[in-house]
Design a protein around this ligand. Structure first.
Ligand code: ZN
Length: 205
């Protein structure tokens, strides 16, 4: 692609670094911004800079947050004795959208996947065990995707919790095996949480 402007070329190069965006699409997006009022590009740049520099992770549950504690952990209308374990923040969003869950979360930051080089040490498992020991948590709900990696991760955590006074449950498999939580419809996902089953029962299947 030949550009008559280095500035334009650099903008297109940067936008095309995003996943799923080729050079042609990048050029279309950049030209779109050029036609818009300058202020629109300022707002976009500011939002991206803030997201990168100011966004934090909740020190308790590892959800994204603007402050030390996320809104969910800081709320006094949530049930602090129940913790729902999820892979990433998209799952928190999906479950929150169901309005069926009033407990807290724990965001692992992924799932155990030797193929992708992700081991237990790469996930926030230690802080989950600490929460169970120190924060009066009475129930852990495993809400990971029903895939081999999700099941492996559930089982690893279940073993880490061995000997602690804690109920473990798993979301009902209304969600088809292999589906990602974030794509499950809200009604199905909400029902899966309400109709959760003791984790040990799920091991017998
Ligand atoms: Zn939190």
């Amino acid at each position: 692609m030949n550009f008559s402007s280095k500035i334009l070329e650099e903008a297109v190069n940067q936008v095309s670094q995003l996943p799923g965006i080729g050079k042609r699409t990048a050029l279309r997006l950049v030209l779109h911004l050029m036609r818009q009022p300058e202020q629109n590009t300022d707002l976009l740049s500011d939002a991206l800079l803030k997201m990168r520099h100011d966004l934090q992770f909740c020190k308790k549950c590892h959800n994204v947050s603007d402050t030390d504690l996320c809104e969910i952990c800081a709320s006094n209308s949530r049930d602090e004795t129940i913790v729902c374990v999820v892979e990433d923040i998209r799952d928190v969003m999906a479950i929150e959208n169901t309005s069926q869950y009033r407990g807290l979360y724990h965001v692992l930051g992924g799932k155990i996947s030797p193929m992708d080089g992700v081991g237990p040490q790469d996930l926030k498992v230690g802080s989950l065990v600490r929460r169970v020991k120190e924060d009066g948590v009475k129930e852990i709900i495993f809400a990971l995707s029903p895939t081999i990696e999700g099941d492996t991760t559930n089982f690893y955590i279940f073993k880490q919790l061995d000997g602690l006074q804690i109920n473990t449950s798993t979301i009902a498999r209304g969600i088809a095996v292999g589906d990602e939580l974030e794509f499950a419809d809200e009604v199905t996902l909400g029902r899966s949480i309400l109709h959760r089953v003791p984790y040990e029962n799920s091991l017998k299947n």
